[in-house]
Design a protein around this ligand. Sequence first.
Ligand code: HEM
Length: 161
Amino acid sequence: MRVSEIAAFIHDDRDATMKYESITEESVGAFVEFFYAKIRRDTALAPIFNEALSGRWDHHIATMRDFWCSALRVKRGYHGDMLAAHRKVRRLDRSLFPRWLALFQETATEYFASEPARILCDRALRIARNLETALFEPLPSSDRGHLRANATGPARAQSGC
Ligand code: HEM
């Protein structure tokens, strides 16, 4: 069984009071594993991911570790095109974004102390809103700069973390 498959099935026996206090390569890596373990158990999101990623889950988890390390400025490493990747995802519906964000927020607040959790959620919210707009309300002249993992941009709303 591969690492990401184990993460999807094992019970997390970490002491619930022990939360990561800082955003590091290690804590972000663990967070990504936990978040996608939740995604894989989610009845709305799991089928979308499973269809797109059949046999490629471990590669996806590694890409997402790079992505979040870049997005949170822990370490550069993500050089993909997330907009193009999502355009290829079948049945990716706008209505799934609140569920994705809710799971992200739930995981962030479970595993990080309040300040790092807030930073993660703010970042996710900004990127999710930009991605949602680019996918469902495309601008006439495409400007993808805001979808790079390390791009900055104005937050349009505060996260609930
Ligand atoms: C309903 C919401 C979402 C769904 C269902 C979804 C689904 C997926 C799927 C299936 C892939 C794999 C595509 C492939 O490799 O063939 C993917 C890739 C990815 N997703 Fe999402 N996604 C969602 C939202 C988000 C959000 C909000 C973010 C960031 C904040 C994000 C970041 C990424 C990144 C960085 C990749 C990797 C792109 C690459 O391969 O370079 N996704 N997503």
